[in-house]
Design a binder for this molecule. Structure first.
Ligand SMILES: O=C(O)CCC(=O)C(=O)O
Length: 286
C-alpha cells in the first residue's frame, strides 16, 4: 500500500483547490488501499457505530447507509488515516504546517438508489471552525460524473450562514439518536436552489475510478450524488482533515456529527485546536 501519492500533486491542482475550493485528483491511491478500505467497509456495515443511520430506504429496499467516526474500531480505516498519503495530500493542498485528522464518514448506496445527497456545506455542521479544511472524497468503485458528488466552484469563499438541511431527519427506519436542530432560526439566508439552475451555478463533478479522489474545502456547496442506474451501486469513503487555522467551536444549531460531548470528555474546549487520541496530528512539516 502506497505511503506517498502514486504521482506528484501538480501546482495547477494546488491552485485549483485554493481558487475553486475543489479539485479532482486522479490516480493517487493504489489498489491495495481500495481493497483494504472495501474490506473495512464490509465490517463497518456488519458492525455499525451508534452514529450510523440509513439516510434513505425506498419501496424496493434500496438504501443509503451512512456512518462516521468508525476509524477507531475498523483497523483498515485507522491504517488509512495514519499510513496512507491522505494527510500529506491535504497538507500540500492547504499549504499547512500541520494536518490533524478530524473524522471519517462513509456513504454507501445500493444499486439503483435514486436518493440524492441534499445540497449543503460541511462546516456549519461541524464542531470546529476555520477556513483551512480538506475533505478527501474517495469512491471505492467506479462512478460517473452524473452520479458523483457535485460542487459549486468558488462557493467556499462566501461567508454567510445559509439554512442547511437537517440530516438528522434522514432516517426512514426510525428515530435518530442525535439531537440536531433546524438551521432556519439562525441562518442569514436560505440555501440557494442549485438544482433549479445547475448551469448558472457552474456545477461540476467528475468520472472517477477507484484510486482517484476529489479534495474539497468544507465551506463548499456540494450535493447531488446518487440517482444510480439499476445495476450500479456506490461506495464512498471520506476523510476530513484540518489545517492551521481550525479550532473547536460548539454551535447552538445543527451539529452533525456532534463532537462536543467526546471533545469535552477528552478535556478539549472551544477555541483550542482538536488534539489527542481522537484528533491525531498525522502530518507535520519537517
Ligand atoms: O457522498 C455523498 O453523497 C455525500 C458526501 C458528503 O456530503 C461529504 O463527504 O461531505
Amino acid at each position: 500500500m502506497n505511503n506517498e501519492p502514486l504521482r506528484a500533486i501538480t501546482t495547477d491542482e494546488v491552485t485549483a483547490f485554493g481558487r475553486d475550493g475543489v479539485v479532482p485528483l486522479p490516480g493517487l491511491f493504489d489498489r491495495e488501499w481500495i481493497a483494504s478500505l472495501r474490506a473495512g467497509l464490509e465490517r463497518n456495515r456488519r458492525h455499525p457505530t451508534d452514529r450510523a443511520r440509513i439516510w434513505d430506504r425506498d419501496d424496493e429496499d434500496r438504501t443509503v447507509f451512512y456512518d462516521s467516526q468508525a476509524w477507531q474500531g475498523i483497523d483498515e480505516y485507522r491504517s488509512f488515516v495514519f499510513d496512507s498519503p491522505a494527510a500529506a495530500i491535504a497538507a500540500q493542498l492547504l499549504g499547512a504546517s500541520q494536518v490533524t485528522f478530524y473524522f471519517d464518514a462513509v456513504f454507501v448506496r445500493s444499486p439503483g438508489t435514486q436518493f440524492e445527497t441534499p445540497w449543503h456545506q460541511d462546516e456549519p455542521y461541524w464542531s470546529v471552525e476555520g477556513f483551512n479544511t480538506c475533505s478527501i472524497w474517495m469512491p471505492l468503485v467506479p462512478v460517473k460524473a452524473e452520479n458523483a458528488l457535485c460542487f459549486v466552484p468558488g462557493s467556499h469563499l462566501g461567508n454567510k450562514l445559509l439554512a442547511q438541511p437537517d440530516f438528522g431527519s434522514l432516517n426512514p427506519d426510525g428515530e435518530v439518536a442525535i439531537d440536531t436542530v433546524d438551521f432556519a432560526p439562525v441562518a442569514e439566508e436560505a440555501f440557494p436552489d442549485i438544482e433549479a439552475d445547475r448551469d448558472g451555478f457552474g456545477v461540476i463533478s467528475w468520472d472517477l475510478e477507484p484510486g482517484d479522489c476529489v479534495a474539497f474545502n468544507s465551506r463548499m456547496m456540494h450535493g447531488g450524488s446518487g440517482k444510480l442506474p439499476p445495476d450500479t451501486g456506490l461506495e464512498v469513503f471520506t476523510t476530513k482533515w484540518l489545517g492551521d487555522d481550525v479550532v473547536i467551536k460548539f454551535r447552538d444549531h445543527g451539529m452533525d456529527p456532534d463532537h462536543s460531548a467526546v471533545m469535552t470528555a477528552a478535556g478539549l474546549a472551544p477555541g483550542e485546536r482538536p488534539s489527542g487520541d481522537l484528533y491525531p496530528t498525522v502530518w507535520t512539516r519537517a
